[in-house]
Design a protein around this ligand. Structure first.
Ligand code: ADP
Ligand code: ADP
Ligand code: MG
Length: 687
């Protein structure tokens, strides 16, 4: 085994690899970009080296390995994991790249070549066509619409777009090509027949350098949004022993076809409504996969340890007959995104963090800590919560409980949405499909956020915390309280509050910590009392709020005038504002004032209009990109483009003004948007 291993990655996967290194007694070296100085993975490793050029800085990684005496480099996933030039550089420098031989990565890294190679080995592939051999429009006509346009070098669902008709194809190709170039540096595309609502089932394979290849069974990853996995499980509720050995044999054949060594994943789609159909190969990921923990939990194996042993030249310690699957495991990916705002990426500083610890069958692979700043430079995945149970029902229940116990304040996440998804009847029944989320989106959002309105105890808690802080310096002496308390006739203080595009007016009277009254939106006042709350020093803590004798417990944090409250995996960022003003950033980018703002921090990718141009409502104005995802920003109304203060390539903050559209008379329309007015930003495709 290696003495020292460098981990060329960040976040949860770097931490996960370091964990195994520690268990094996191997010294670990982390690397970090300037944005990640002080990050969790840097502190967890035995040594850490700054990468001036960030995580894609191959030369920096090689130099760091030499400087620290590392003999092997584990690339995690993403970044340099599938970069054959880097793998070859490692070889040149006498470093072991913990991954397959460069030739295998090359053969599989390109979806077009991969399909050709495995098809020749007798593995079924989805019908399609590919550049440069085929004209995409002609190939699409041949296989029939709808078709899926894919970047050949793609990954993570990026840049994949469905074209339902010949008319839709040119735009899908244009956008897919742009994303492919930006995200993967390679604009080559392929098209495939779009299989309606398929199930994504993938096989984990493991090969050593002595010709042994085994598979570790399947994972089902059908719960996806825009081709990006959200929840994954092992085993698949669809797969029986016969199907498992059939798919396993295909996967092993695919791996052998490219001389594979190490851990890899062979991905298939299975038509949901034609169960007799074969599982079609779609691609092979020549690396550790995000969802590998579910396989680890049902097989009891440590895939990172096996990767290291194989890389060190050892034989696989097990044969196919030794592979056992026990129980069921489910993983949920926690993303910095806001499902209630069309899943736009969020960001911010983690003010307070709670993750389940030591619960039976629960594993948390997290990359964040209190103080972590989540920006737009990297993938928005913050952590993974994984639960095992002797049966699927237990695993799902444990996962839900673990998500309920996860609270991230300061950065909006998808946790409430994940919980709603786990409760979906189709999910509970194991009746999965890649279209499930889109189809059930309305119900899932209702389940996550309620059908409307802010819970009274949430806004009451926020108002009490704000009132208490107003009185804060005064301690307990009622005479010093600057507002809301006068001898003889206690006054009401009104807190107009907003959170998640909703508003509430909360009136508070009295001292929150002793005896107060709270009235929400004109309702009958309730007796109220606050215990705990944000700590004066750290700005965070637990708050107990009692309303008419009923106590609710929240995690809370205060920052920049916003009160963050969390309970059961749900969070609210409550902001006070002037009466009559919607106050929060919900107004950003909405129709009404003609000002179009950036829905997220990112970079302007493309400006599609010019100043003075006449536009119609909904017409694309610009494309903003964050985390390699494209977001089309559209005109809020008919009119003329009056201002366009940004240009392509320019980084923009959340809420930055991107354009101003005036009506024909040259005036900005005065009508304010209706409550909950629609944002002018829409997300396009899976790009
Ligand atoms: P899949 O690629 O099948 O979605 P994962 O979900 O394991 O597999 O993706 C792993 C991570 O690596 C994701 O965060 C994804 O965004 C990123 N990724 C995958 N392929 C690439 C690639 N070729 N280049 C850059 N990042 C990638
Ligand atoms: P990536 O490298 O981005 O992971 P994949 O080829 O693995 O790209 O596809 C990602 C997801 O898109 C799959 O998991 C599946 O849900 C969906 N998908 C891929 N190919 C097809 C297809 N031909 N028809 C329908 N859905 C598909
Ligand atoms: Mg894939």
């Amino acid at each position: 085994m290696f003495d020292t291993v460098l981990v060329a990655n960040r976040g949860e996967i770097a931490l996960r690899v370091i964990r195994t290194l520690r268990r094996l007694g191997v010294r670990s070296v982390a690397v970090y970009s300037d944005a990640d100085a002080g990050a969790r993975h840097v502190r967890a490793a035995d040594a850490a080296v700054r990468l001036p050029g960030g995580y894609l800085d191959a030369e920096g990684v090689v130099a760091a390995a030499k400087a620290t005496g590392a003999l092997a480099v584990h690339p995690g996933y993403g970044f340099l994991a599938e970069n054959t030039a880097f793998a070859r550089r490692c070889q040149q420098e006498g470093l072991v790249f913990v991954g397959p031989p460069p030739e295998a990565v090359e053969a599989m890294g390109d979806k077009i070549r991969a399909k050709e190679t495995v098809a020749a080995a007798g593995v079924p592939v989805v019908p399609g066509g590919a550049e440069p051999a085929d004209d995409l429009a002609e190939a699409a006509r041949r296989v029939g619409f709808p078709v899926l346009v894919k970047p050949s070098a793609g990954g993570g669902g990026k840049g994949m777009l469905v074209a339902r008709s010949p008319e839709e194809l040119p735009e899908a190709v244009e956008s897919a090509r742009r994303t492919a170039q930006a995200a993967f540096g390679d604009a080559t595309l392929l098209i495939e027949r779009y299989v309606a609502d398929p199930r994504h089932i993938e096989i984990q394979v493991l090969a050593d350098a002595h010709g042994n290849v085994v598979h570790l069974g399947e994972r089902e990853c059908s719960l996806q949004r825009r081709h990006q996995k959200i929840i994954e499980e092992a085993p698949s509720p669809l797969v029986d022993d016969a199907m498992r050995s059939r798919m396993g044999a295909d996967a092993v054949r695919a791996a052998r076809a490219v001389g594979y060594v190490g851990a890899g994943t062979v991905e298939f789609i299975v038509s949901g409504d034609q169960p007799g159909h074969p599982a079609f190969f779609i691609e092979m990921n020549t690396r550790l996969q995000v969802e590998h923990p579910v396989t680890e939990m049902v097989t009891g194996l440590d895939l990172v340890e096996l990767q290291l042993r194989v890389a060190a030249g050892e034989r696989l310690p097990l044969t196919q007959d030794d592979v056992r699957m026990d129980g069921h495991a489910v993983e949920a990916r926690v993303y910095a995104e806001d499902p209630s705002r069309d899943f736009l990426p969020t960001g911010g500083r983690v003010l307070s963090l709670a993750e389940p610890e030591g619960e039976p069958g629960v594993r948390v692979d997290s990359g964040i800590q209190e103080g972590t700043v989540v920006g737009s430079d990297y993938d928005p995945m913050l952590s993974k919560v994984i639960a095992w149970g002797p049966d699927r029902g237990t695993a799902l229940r444990r996962l839900d409980a673990a998500l309920r116990a996860t609270t991230v304040l300061g950065v909006t996440t998808n946790i409430a949405f994940l919980r709603a998804l786990l409760a979906d009847p189709g999910v509970v029944a194991g009746d999965l499909g890649t279209g499930l989320i889109e189809r059930r989106l309305g119900a899932l959002l209702d389940g996550a956020y309620g059908p409307g309105g802010l819970p009274a105890d949430v806004v009451s808690a926020a108002a009490l915390i704000l009132q208490d802080r107003l009185a804060g310096t005064a301690g307990d002496d009622p005479w010093d309280v600057p507002d809301g308390w006068r001898l003889g006739e206690p006054a009401w203080t009104t807190w107009p509050l907003s959170a998640r595009d909703e508003t509430a007016e909360v009136r508070v009277r009295g001292l929150p910590r002793r005896a107060a009254s709270v009235a929400v939106d004109g309702a009958t006042p309730a007796s109220a009392r606050l215990a705990g709350g944000p700590d004066a020093l750290t700005g965070r803590g637990d708050a107990l709020v009692t309303l008419d004798g009923l106590t609710s417990r929240f995690a809370c944090a205060v920052s920049g005038g916003t009160v963050w409250l969390g309970r059961d995996g749900r969070t609210w960022a409550v902001t006070p504002h002037e009466p009559g003003d919607r106050g929060d950033r919900a107004g950003a980018g909405r129709a009404g004032d003609g000002v179009v703002r950036s829905p997220m921090p990112g970079t302007v990718l493309l400006v599609k209009v010019v100043v003075g141009e006449r536009v119609t409502e909904g017409q694309p104005l610009l494309i903003v990109e964050a985390m390699k995802m494209e977001h089309t920003v559209t005109a809020p109304s008919d009119g003329l483009v009056a201002e366009l203060p940004v240009r392509a390539g320019q980084p923009v903050d959340m809420d930055a003004v991107l354009a101003v559209v005036h009506d024909e008379a040259g005036e900005s329309p005065a009508e304010p948007a209706p409550e909950g007015g629609t944002g002018a930003a829409t997300v396009t495709g899976g790009s």
